[in-house]
Design a binder for this molecule. Structure first.
Ligand code: UDP
Ligand code: MG
Length: 315
């Protein structure tokens, strides 16, 4: 059985259509499936809609508040029952037809089928620049190329179980699913425009997400500070000798500007260094609290007699 995990945050306009599209595609191919919606604390009618269409095959979980897409994905992974699990966006930006191809690849032995973007779709220049430098940093420090990666993936039960054993609270699904390894196959897709509603991300959310993911995946920024420190030590030895020579030859008053510059530079480096350490410290603090990644407040319950008219409604 294929489990389709769909994180949904304020997606009232998409729930019904997405369910219909995905179930039609999978029914046509005679693939046994379940759809698992994770309502990430929506404040609109998302949950009511999920409840109204729930059947034995279409289930839902509701978070007690907005925990973010990462939490939703992980809740989906640990509650999915299938032999393989696909994660897909609710807004149909991830083409659902691709599920068939991914499923067939899995049947032929692939453990992870990653859908990669052939282009990044319509994004503003600033967003592009930001995304590009983020992925560059991640790649150079952790060796995982995520430039065109998406959260659209299909994973074997073994991979899902491996991911489910990871204890960390701050997660980055895209990278974790490469980190666990296994035979991975990539398929390309074109990012479709959003079906309904607007994107749930804003610049601040994305920035926080980027910093969190980088710090949860690599210690590079911390090492970077050490390297900077070493470079500046070399400089200061050189400048120290220079200063001493000046002092002994009686020209000590000169070089005030050097002192000021050095103070500024070193001051800022120390501040950045402290900031970086602070980030990691706060992350250690977050992890050590062992809070759950999400809290489920509601689950759909299947009412047998309802199934008839719902599947009728969906057709
Ligand atoms: N999403 C979520 N929690 C959030 C933000 C987004 O579960 O806090 C879900 C959203 O419902 C959608 C998916 O994550 O199914 C991708 O979100 P969106 O389309 O807004 O992001 P984009 O496609 O712009 O990257
Ligand atoms: Mg989207």
């Amino acid at each position: 059985m294929l489990s389709v995990v769909i994180p949904a945050y304020n997606e009232q306009d998409n729930i019904q259509n997405t369910t219909k599209v995905i179930s039609n595609i999978l029914n046509n191919e005679k693939i046994d499936f379940e759809i698992l919606f994770i309502d990430d604390g929506s404040i609109d009618k998302t949950w009511e809609l999920i409840e109204s269409i729930c059947t034995e095959k279409i289930k839902g979980l509701k978070f007690s508040r907005n925990f973010g897409k990462e939490g939703a994905i992980f809740a989906g992974l640990s509650n999915a029952k299938g032999d393989c699990v696909a994660v897909i966006d609710c807004d149909l930006q991830h083409p659902p037809e691709l599920l068939i191809q991914m499923y067939r690849l899995w049947e032929n032995g692939a453990k992870v089928v990653e859908a990669v973007k052939s282009s990044r779709g319509k994004e503003s220049l600033l967003y592009k620049l930001f995304a590009k430098s983020f992925y560059k940093m991640l790649q150079s420090s952790s060796g995982i190329d995520l430039k065109n990666a998406s959260d659209y993936k299909l994973m074997d039960r073994a991979v899902v179980d491996a991911i489910n054993t990871m204890p960390e609270r701050i997660t980055f699904f895209r990278a974790l699913s490469s980190w666990v390894g296994f035979e991975t196959v990539k398929v390309e897709f074109e990012v479709a425009p959003r079906a309904n509603g607007t994107t749930k991300w804003n610049f601040k959310k994305l920035f926080v997400f980027a910093v969190k993911s980088i710090t949860s995946f690599t210690n590079m920024p911390m090492h970077f500070m050490t390297v900077m420190g070493l470079i500046f030590m070399v400089f200061s030895v050189g400048l120290g000798i220079h200063t001493l020579i000046n002092f002994f030859s009686g020209q000590a008053l000169e070089g005030f500007s050097t002192v000021i510059l050095l103070l500024l530079i070193i001051g800022s480096i120390i501040m950045i260094g402290l900031g970086v350490i602070g980030f990691y410290l706060s992350k250690i603090y977050e992890e050590i609290k062992f809070r759950p990644r999400y809290i489920i407040s509601k689950m759909t319950t299947v009412k047998k007699q309802k199934e008839e008219n719902v599947s009728g409604k969906l057709r």
